[in-house]
Design a protein around this ligand. Structure first.
Ligand code: C2E
Ligand code: MG
Ligand code: MG
Ligand code: MG
Length: 278
C-alpha cells in the first residue's frame, strides 16, 4: 500500500515537474521574443538625500508586459532570463535605454542600473558599458551599477576583474540588498564599491523594533568608517524616514518618497528612442 501511495505521489510530482518545465520553456521563448520586439519598458524610482530632500538620482526597474499574461514581476522572469542567457541582451538594452534617458535629465541626477549575476560573469559587460557611454554621451560619473553580494561571490575573481575595469571608466558601484547576502563583511573588505544600499527588509519595522534599528545603525556606522554613503531602500512611512534622519543615513528610496514610474524628461526623448530602435 505504501508503495502504491508512493507511486501515485511520484506520478503527481512528475506531472507537476513537467508542467513547471513547460511553463519555464514558454516563458523563456516569450522573453526572447520580447528582446526582438522591444517588449520591455523601464520604470524609474527616485532616490533622495535624507538631509536636504533633494533628488540625487533614479533607479531603473525593468518591466515586462507579457502578452496574454500582463505585467510579470522581475523576480519571476529574471531568473529565467538568466538561465536561458537572454539576460545578456536584456541587460544591454536596459543599460542603453536608461543611459540614453538619463543623458536628457539635469546633470546632477545619477542613474542606477541593476546588474545580474550572469552579466557580472561576462567580460562583455565591460564593452557594453563603454559602448553605451560613448553612444549616449552620458558622463560615466552619472552611472551607477547595482550589484548584490550574492552575485559578486558567484565567481568572485572574475566579478572583481570586470568591476575594476568598469570603475576605471569612472562608473560607480553600489551594493544592493545589503545585509541579506552571504559574507557581507568579506565583500566589503575586498570590493571596490561606492555605496551601500540597506535591504528594505530592515526598514519595515525600523521605527518600532529595536533590533532592526540596531542593525540599521550598525550598517550606517560601517558606511561612515569606510567613508561610503548609505542609502536605505523600502522607506514607506514618514516615521521610518525620521529614524533615518536621526541616525544620519545619507539617502533614501521607497514608496514614501516616490513609486517607480515614468519620468517627465523621458517622454521628450521617446520619439527619438523609437527612431534609434533603442
Ligand atoms: P531591487 O534592485 O532591490 O529594487 C527595489 C525593488 O523594491 C523594486 O521592485 C521596487 O519596485 C521595490 N520597492 C521600491 N520601494 C519600495 C517600498 O517602499 N516598499 C516595497 N515593498 N517595495 C519597494 P521590482 O521593480 O519588483 O524589482 C525587484 C528586483 O528585480 C530588483 O530589486 C532587482 O533585483 C531586480 N531588477 C529590477 N530591474 C532589473 C534589471 O533591469 N536588471 C536586473 N538584472 N535586475 C532587475
Ligand atoms: Mg536595485
Ligand atoms: Mg535592493
Ligand atoms: Mg531587492
Amino acid at each position: 500500500r505504501a508503495k502504491a501511495e508512493f507511486d501515485r505521489r511520484l506520478c503527481y510530482y512528475e506531472h507537476d515537474m513537467d508542467e513547471y518545465a513547460r511553463e519555464r520553456r514558454a516563458m523563456s521563448k516569450d522573453l526572447w521574443l520580447a528582446v526582438e520586439n522591444n517588449g520591455f519598458h523601464l520604470a524609474y524610482q527616485v532616490q533622495k538625500s535624507v538631509e536636504s530632500d533633494e533628488i540625487t538620482g533614479y533607479e531603473v526597474l525593468l518591466r515586462w508586459n507579457r502578452p496574454g499574461h500582463g505585467l510579470v514581476p522581475p523576480m519571476d522572469f529574471i531568473p529565467i532570463a538568466e538561465e536561458s542567457g537572454a539576460i545578456t541582451a536584456i541587460g544591454a538594452w536596459v543599460l542603453r535605454t536608461a543611459c540614453y534617458a538619463a543623458a536628457a535629465w539635469p546633470e546632477k541626477y545619477k542613474i542606477a542600473v541593476n546588474i545580474s549575476a550572469v552579466q557580472l560573469g561576462q567580460m562583455e559587460l565591460v564593452t557594453t558599458v563603454r559602448d553605451v557611454l560613448l553612444q549616449t554621451g552620458l558622463a560615466a560619473s552619472r552611472l551607477e551599477l547595482e550589484v548584490t553580494e550574492t552575485s559578486i561571490i558567484a565567481d568572485k575573481q572574475r566579478a572583481l576583474h570586470i568591476l575594476r575595469q568598469i570603475k576605471a571608466m569612472g562608473v560607480s558601484v553600489a551594493i544592493d540588498d545589503f545585509g541579506t547576502g552571504y559574507s557581507s563583511l568579506d565583500t566589503l573588505r575586498s570590493f571596490p564599491f561606492d555605496k551601500i544600499k540597506i535591504d528594505r527588509s530592515f526598514m519595515a519595522d525600523v521605527d518600532n523594533n529595536d533590533q532592526s534599528k540596531a542593525i540599521v545603525r550598525a550598517i550606517l556606522a560601517l558606511g561612515k568608517s569606510l567613508s561610503v554613503p548609505v542609502l536605505a531602500e523600502g522607506v514607506e512611512t514618514s516615521s521610518q524616514l525620521d529614524v533615518l534622519r536621526a541616525e544620519g543615513c545619507n539617502e533614501a528610496q521607497g514608496y514614501f518618497l516616490g513609486r517607480p514610474g515614468d519620468i517627465l524628461w523621458t517622454s521628450s526623448v521617446t520619439p527619438l528612442l523609437r527612431k534609434m530602435r533603442l
